[in-house]
Ligand binder design. Structure first.
Ligand SMILES: [Zn+2]
Length: 497
């Protein structure tokens, strides 16, 4: 029996507003001691009144727009009733039938081509507090109570665990580009519940799904779904397919999902309109105002980077992984273009066209390998590095012009990284400029030939790989300032006869 796999994701993103969703408590719960950023409102004391955080609503609108959704003209909050120690009010303020955004979609790419995944809705809601379980007790930290979340519900159009991961990654990227969340999964800023069911190919009806709760890493989304597909498949093959909907947990240590309870339907929550909050009208004026914060989104950047810079898909993904890196990269490229247009004779556009691909590729290589390595080793983010885009561009031109070889370039870059110094100064100070072909180099090579007569004889007798040995001596004698290609050329021409 073959099966269709049907996956839908509910993603929660914690907004990084200054204050919580309905009160003035600081939203910086991560950095505060337990139960220190709380007040009667977020503790759910009787008689208190919630006041909606304007920024949270604006960001929900912005995110909806980033997911190509239709924005509601009027949005409403509802009470979702259930009892749990992490929910002091006995209900959560969420949105039921009038969410902020509906009917959107994003494009994902798993390397097997692009697919469009529909998004049903985006709504705002408050988070619950956090339970920490110990052997003999459970402690509750109310700092997280009432922090703002957007919940994004996808259509059940995801077909593989790999697609689920790609979908989550794209959602995170968009949220980060819009600056509404750090979307750090380790800190729980981004979590997802995965709904999954199997259906024999050809069947029209959907089978009861299981919902795997609170998955908190991309790796675990993929792993939990792989496990669950196999588990459900075995149930089908044994003639006892899932008969009712079920809520399951994910045990990352054991790598299994486990049954928690039969799933609640929305009827179980007795949703009703939140009487303490008004309807919020989103006029075209408000919408226009909010959308002034819209930025170029990852999908648009991918397309533009391919067109403008001729970058490969793989390079593009590395560069656009963060907006700050993409911005830095573009500043470097723009400096390089200025430099080319000033230094190289000819029509500006033609000069750029002719050199563009090669010089951009060179810059991409140095930024994504050596610069990234230095950043990682020193735990520094791109917006904190000392190398400004002008100096980075100048550094690239030194390599492009063959003024330094690649080992000298690495030394220069390390120094720039440490001090923020100008690359040409570092090159001159440390005497790292490449030794160009000429009298001085000729003398060095002649000396090597003279004092290595055995090797020279072997080479002349046809043992070609000896050339590598001679180049090595040349590099040593020039203290690494020689250019291996130049050295090889000179050696070969001198030893020709
Ligand atoms: Zn509060």
């Amino acid at each position: 029996m073959e099966f269709d796999v049907i996956i839908g994701l509910e993603t929660h993103i914690q907004l990084k507003t200054r204050t919580k969703l309905f009160c003035n408590c600081s939203n910086d719960a991560d950095n505060l001691k337990p139960n220190t950023t709380i007040c009667p409102v977020c503790m759910g004391h009787p008689g208190v009144l919630p006041v909606l955080n304007k920024q949270a609503l604006e960001w929900a609108i912005l995110m909806s727009s980033g997911l190509n959704m239709t924005i509601a003209k009027e949005t409403k909050f509802d009470r979702k009733n259930y009892f749990y120690p992490d929910l002091p009010k006995g209900y959560q303020i969420s949105q039921f039938d009038q969410p902020v955004g509906e009917n959107g979609s994003i494009i994902i790419n798993t390397g097997k081509g692009e697919r469009k995944i529909g998004i049903t809705r985006l709504h705002l809601e408050e988070d619950a507090a956090k339970n920490t379980h110990f052997e003999d007790k459970t402690l509750v930290d109310y700092n997280r109570s009432s922090t703002p979340l957007v919940e994004i519900v996808s259509e059940p159009e995801i077909r593989t665990p790999e697609e689920a991961k790609a979908y989550m990654q794209e959602i995170r990227l968009i949220a980060r580009y819009l600056g509404i969340s750090d979307a750090d999964m380790e800190k729980g800023h981004l979590r997802c519940d995965a709904n999954i069911s199997l259906r024999p190919i050809g069947d029209k009806e959907l089978s009861p799904k299981s919902e795997i709760k609170n998955i908190n890493s991309f790796k675990n989304v993929e792993k939990a779904l792989i496990f669950e597909i196999e588990r459900q498949k075995q149930l089908w093959l044994s003639g006892e397919p899932p008969a009712s909907e079920e809520t399951r947990g994910w045990d990352a240590v054991k790598g299994i999902t486990y049954s928690q309870r039969m799933k609640e339907g929305s009827n179980d929550y007795r949703y009703f309109p939140e009487p303490d909050l008004p309807l919020f009208k989103i006029s075209s004026g408000i919408l226009k105002q909010v959308l002034t914060d819209m930025v170029e989104l990852p999908i648009q950047k991918r397309q533009r980077f391919a067109e403008e810079y001729g970058l490969s898909k793989k390079d593009i993904e590395v560069i656009i992984e963060s907006k700050e890196i993409a911005d830095y990269f573009e500043k470097v490229v723009s400096e390089l273009r200025n430099w080319l247009e000033t230094e190289v004779e000819g029509e500006h556009d033609e000069v750029w066209e002719k050199n563009r691909k090669k010089i951009v590729k060179l810059a991409t290589g140095w930024i994504t390998t050596e610069l990234f390595r230095l950043m990682k080793e020193n735990k520094v983010k791109i917006y904190d590095i000392k190398i400004n885009p002008e100096n980075m561009a100048e550094f690239i031109t030194l390599i492009y012009m063959n003024k330094v070889n690649s080992s000298a370039a690495q030394t220069i870059l390390s120094e720039m990284f440490k001090t923020g110094a100008d690359p040409t100064h570092v090159m001159d100070d440390k005497d790292l400029g490449q030794m160009e072909a000429g009298e001085e180099l000729d003398k060095i090579i002649d000396l090597i030939i003279e004092s290595n007569s055995d090797q020279v004889a072997e080479f002349k007798a046809g043992k070609d790989p000896i050339i590598k040995y001679l180049i090595g001596l040349g590099m040593k004698a020039t203290k690494g300032k020689g250019n291996p290609t130049d050295l090889e050329k000179i050696f070969r021409s001198k030893l020709k006869d």
